[in-house]
Design a protein around this ligand. Structure first.
Ligand code: F6P
Length: 547
């Protein structure tokens, strides 16, 4: 059953529910966060929700109880419940491609009936998972041998976008607690520097390449996979490909054409979007590194969050709250970007993963019915704390625009350096508090006078040291960065992206915007490109660079 593309979408900003939010915002707009906390010390408890072990403290958002009520009414008015039902039922909500969106089925427990476009899919999902697990065990227990009989010490994932960012992020996040396993390497960039560096560091006889590509046609991935195969064949001969290459794809014909045996191919389906695919066979490289048991824990955490998303009332529903707050910050407060600051070195690739998830999903100029969005969807960016405090936090504190921050903090560390964990936690809390409280000119003056400054020097110094404050943030706490809580965290953001798409009236599941550049790159590589009348003079003048 497909969703009608023609159904007119009313922009969020033109709905009565949103007008009510804005009227309230105008009436309370001058209330600072400091004043809101002074008036109600309990807001830290009342503006807080928990699920699957995660806590979302949103008391440092510029809202009061009434704002929240009105935002929840917006979710109702945008028919979020109906859309959620359509998503979970496997209807073809990706109407521009006529596809269901069923990454939730990839993490559902065995036996739970799941459907895509009316067809039951959970059996196929678990068949592939079981094959991945069996294969991973063989590599990890050293019964899988390379062409010369060697054990596999290194796994190289070749893929880009969703075929890279998810497994790379999960590997980085969980390797520290995963115990022994092959080393995992990730090659995404068509810049040969990345593949060359990896090939220099591994032994062909002990290396397994996992070519990961939903389409198996992506230019960068196929160029890297072909180069890796040439390198392997040069070292070990053509028959070695069968023992050193496996593939992950929905396009099994192309996999066979590449020369990878069907028994070494792990499939998935067109109802899995690339940026939502880490839960599928796309997670194979991560599973090889962390083991099937830990990978299944990741899936269990994500499934727990899916259940929470479906079952919890909106007022306590983490993805719903995050989506509403993001829309509030963007459309009511005019914030054009959203910052992600995980206070966990092991989440160093989290913002990268999330960027593709959010911006490839909701970075659209039209709504579902093809009419323009009324506001741009916010850019999302970030990096780990505390490093980012010494990079872009200056702008967050004193820049002219407000950029709301999600602070993500796993509380208990898995290393034996407790004092550093205390420092990390103190820094995360301090940054959120500083963004909110700011520092007034009077406070600065008092500090400088106490240091003996006076006169013109004092007056000139003051504005540079003032912090405007009143800058909103969420604090997201995980008890620990283990597979279950990582899965829950990722699924929470995936569902937040879905909520945003519903509030804005966008189809989050196509990505036509990546096509034009790809087409042009292919045209530029044609021998007669310099005669291509469709190319501008500037681009044509640089064609000589291609040699
Ligand atoms: O897995 P594939 O088909 O190689 O695609 C890689 C990536 O390219 C895109 O299609 C465009 O960037 C992403 O959606 C996808 O994750």
């Amino acid at each position: 059953m497909s969703i009608s593309a023609g159904a007119a979408v009313i922009p969020l900003e033109r709905t009565d529910a949103w007008s009510a939010v804005l009227s309230h915002a105008r009436a309370t707009g001058s209330d600072s966060l400091n004043a809101l906390f002074a008036a109600d010390e309990t807001r830290a408890q009342s503006l807080c929700a928990t699920a699957c072990g995660l806590t979302l403290d949103f008391s440092k958002q510029r809202i009061d109880a009434r704002t929240l009520e009105l935002l929840l009414a917006v979710a109702e008015a945008r028919d979020l419940k109906t859309w959620r039902t359509r998503l979970m039922a496997g209807e073809a909500i990706n109407h521009t491609e006529g596809r269901a969106v069923m990454h939730v089925a990839l993490r559902a427990p065995r036996g739970l009936p799941m459907f895509a476009d009316g067809k039951r899919i959970d059996g196929d999902v678990h068949d592939v998972l079981d094959r991945m697990a069996a294969f991973s065990e063989r590599v990890r227990d050293w019964s899988w041998r390379g062409a010369r009989g060697d054990t596999i010490t290194d796994v190289v994932n070749i893929g880009i976008g969703g075929s890279d960012l998810g497994p790379r992020m999960v590997c980085e996040a969980l390797t520290a607690i995963a115990g022994k396993g092959p080393r995992a390497h990730f090659v995404a960039n068509v810049d040969g520097a990345q593949l060359a560096a990896v090939l220099e560091s591994v032994d062909p006889a002990r290396t397994l390449f996992v070519v990961t590509s939903k389409t198996f046609t992506t230019q960068e991935t196929m160029a890297n996979a072909n180069a890796a195969r040439r390198w392997l064949v040069d070292a070990l001969g053509a028959p070695a490909v069968a023992k050193h290459f496996v593939a992950v794809s929905t396009n099994l014909d192309a996999v066979t054409a590449f020369g990878i045996e069907p028994t070494n191919a792990f499939g998935f389906w067109d109802w899995v979007g690339g940026r939502y695919s880490v839960w599928s066979a796309v997670g194979l490289s991560a599973m090889l590194r962390v083991g099937p048991a830990m990978f299944r824990e990741l899936l269990a955490g994500a499934h727990a969050m899916d259940r929470h998303f479906v079952e919890a009332p909106f007022a306590q529903n983490l993805p719903v709250l995050l989506g509403l707050l993001a829309v509030w910050n963007q459309s009511a407060l005019g914030c054009s970007t959203q910052v992600i600051a995980p206070y966990a070195q092991r989440l160093v690739f989290f913002a990268d993963w999330l960027q593709q998830l959010e911006m490839e999903s909701n970075g659209k100029y039209v709504m579902r019915d093809g009419t323009p969005v009324t506001r741009s969807t916010p850019a999302l960016w970030g990096d780990v704390g505390t490093n980012s405090q010494h990079a872009f936090f200056q702008m967050l504190h004193q820049g002219p625009e407000v950029h709301p921050v999600d602070f993500i903090l796993p509380v208990k560390a898995d290393h034996a350096l407790p004092e550093q964990q205390r420092l990390l936690i103190a820094n995360a809390l301090a940054q959120a508090a500083a963004l909110m409280r700011g520092k007034t000119a009077d406070e600065v003056r008092a500090e400088l006078v106490a240091k003996g400054m006076k006169g013109e020097a004092l007056e000139q110094a003051i504005p540079h040291r003032v912090f405007p404050g009143n800058r909103p943030s969420n604090l997201i706490l995980l008890p620990r960065l283990d597979a279950f809580h990582l899965g829950a965290l990722m699924a929470m953001y995936e569902q937040r992206t879905f909520v945003l798409s519903v509030l804005w009236g966008i189809n989050a599941y196509d990505q036509w915007g990546v096509e034009l550049g790809k087409q042009l790159a292919t045209r530029l590589l044609q021998p007669d490109a310099k005669h291509d009348p469709g190319l501008d003079g500037s681009t044509r003048s640089h064609l000589g660079l291609l040699g």
